[in-house]
Design a protein. Structure first.
Length: 424
């Protein structure tokens, strides 16, 4: 098989690494990819949003399976375009990717089908949102831009004034562009967060092992929100009791709801959960693998991932048993100092070769490129260093040991990824 992967981050590197293990795959392409991915796949300089060019490329190379890693092309309808051209593609169609693409849609879906989530209101006009904040709201409160905003469209506001400023930023100043055409105002919840990813074939859902992300830039969950500074898997807070609750009230009900709405979901559903005192609640849905959740979940997966992709497309997922290693994994993101605000790029990266002969240690590239025969930094998140271990403590020690193998100017990482396991 010839496989095309769409995307360029650490998640796509992890997907490419796993696809490369499949005995059925003879050639991998990645558009646009990065320096790390280029060791496993032929990277082609087509952007993830250049949908027509991607379709043309897949036709020309007779690609047997395309896997979409990123949210933007899914929400823009890349799957529909591939299907219209008669190409096999893994991911939700546009009418199902809206589960991630519109928070107003996902909240209304959860309300209609009684899937547990925070109480909320949707607003189309800033005046109405401001009036609500003035008269009905309690604080803290959460504002969410309706559309995709690189994970930055969520504001947690402690006071009425902050919230009013937030409404202005999102709806009037359009800080997140058209993503702010609608606004969700949501009840503030507290509790531990867990990411649960799943394969879905329109009807059947298979849950992957749990993970926890660290979204803030600095130790102790301080600093700004980022794309994710590190992950661990499994989450010790995701107990059998939580799993049972989610299976009954969240996972299958979501798949059934999408089907009932005439929007059958085929692909990955990522459940962002908060474990509140009242039980698990959905914080958000994503329509693709998490980044950097993929970098801890995929290395622990026993199955051939190509079988899973194909069974989702063909509607035969019920025949597959999804299995994970009985171990743990930790991923520490190495970023450019200053991320997510401003940072420099172009620094040579040393030590990558150390990973080559090491089992259970991986360096997944996020923002890297080739420059005159060497690999240099090319983004805020540069690398994700993943290590497995018999348990979370061992995986964590292994990951931080491997972090020291890598060196580049302005290298920055959190030192407390996975520390929460001590609280379990
Ligand atoms: P989201 O993009 O919806 O996952 O939101 C980003 C982050 O904002 C989440 O990971 C949570 O940490 C936080 N968040 C979102 N919604 C809520 C909520 N209703 N209550 C408290 N925190 C929230
Ligand atoms: N790590 C969170 C996300 O991929 O959205």
């Amino acid at each position: 098989m010839k496989v095309l992967i769409i995307g360029s981050g650490g998640r796509e590197h992890a997907i490419a690494w796993k696809v490369a293990q499949s005995s059925r795959v003879s050639k991998i392409y990645c558009a646009p990819g990065n320096a790390g991915i280029s060791r496993l796949a032929e990277c082609v300089p087509i952007g993830a949003m250049e949908i027509d060019r991607l379709v043309d490329f897949a036709k020309e190379k007779e690609i047997d399976l395309t896997v979409v890693g990123m949210d933007d092309p899914l929400v823009a309808g890349v799957v529909d375009a591939f299907e219209a051209a008669g190409l096999r593609v893994f991911g939700p169609r546009k009418n199902a990717a809206v589960l991630e693409g519109s928070k107003a849609f996902s909240k209304d879906l959860m309300k209609k089908y009684r899937i547990p989530t925070a109480a909320y209101e949707v607003f189309e006009y800033a005046d109405a949102a401001l009036c609500y904040l003035e008269n009905e709201a309690s604080f803290p409160i959460v504002l969410k831009a309706d559309g995709l905003a690189l994970g930055k469209g969520v504001l947690i506001c402690n006071t009425r004034e902050e919230a009013k400023d937030g409404v202005k930023e999102i709806m009037l100043d359009k800080k997140f562009g058209t993503a702010g055409n609608k606004l969700v105002i949501e009840e503030f919840m507290t509790g531990r967060e867990v990411s649960v990813l799943s394969f879905v074939d329109g009807e059947t859902i298979r849950i992957m092992t749990s993970a926890q992300d660290h979204k803030r830039a600095k130790d102790g969950d301080q600093g700004l929100n980022t794309g994710g500074m590190g992950t661990f898997s499994p989450s010790p807070f995701y107990t059998a009791e939580v799993d049972e609750f989610c299976k009954k009230y969240i996972y299958q009900p979501t798949v059934d709801a999408m089907k009932a709405e005439g929007r059958p979901f085929k692909g990955i559903i990522f459940f962002g959960l908060m474990l509140t005192e009242k039980g698990p609640r959905v914080l958000e849905y994503n329509a693709r693998f998490g980044d950097p959740e993929a970098q801890v979940v995929i290395p622990r997966m026993k199955n051939d991932i190509v079988d899973l992709f194909e069974s989702c497309i063909d509607g035969t997922l019920s025949r597959i048993e999804l299995e994970f290693e009985d171990n743990a994994a930790v991923c520490v993101v190495l970023a450019s100092d200053g991320y997510p605000v401003s940072y420099e790029k172009g620094y040579p990266i040393k030590g990558l070769e150390t990973f080559e002969e090491k089992e259970g240690r991986w360096v997944f590239h996020a923002g890297t490129r080739w420059d005159n025969g060497q690999i240099v930094t090319n983004g805020g998140r540069v690398l994700g260093v993943t290590a497995t271990g018999a348990d979370l403590h061992k995986a964590r020690a292994n990951a931080y040991e491997a972090v020291r193998w890598i060196d580049f100017d302005n290298k920055y990482c959190r030192s407390d990824i996975g520390k929460a396991i001590d609280e379990a």
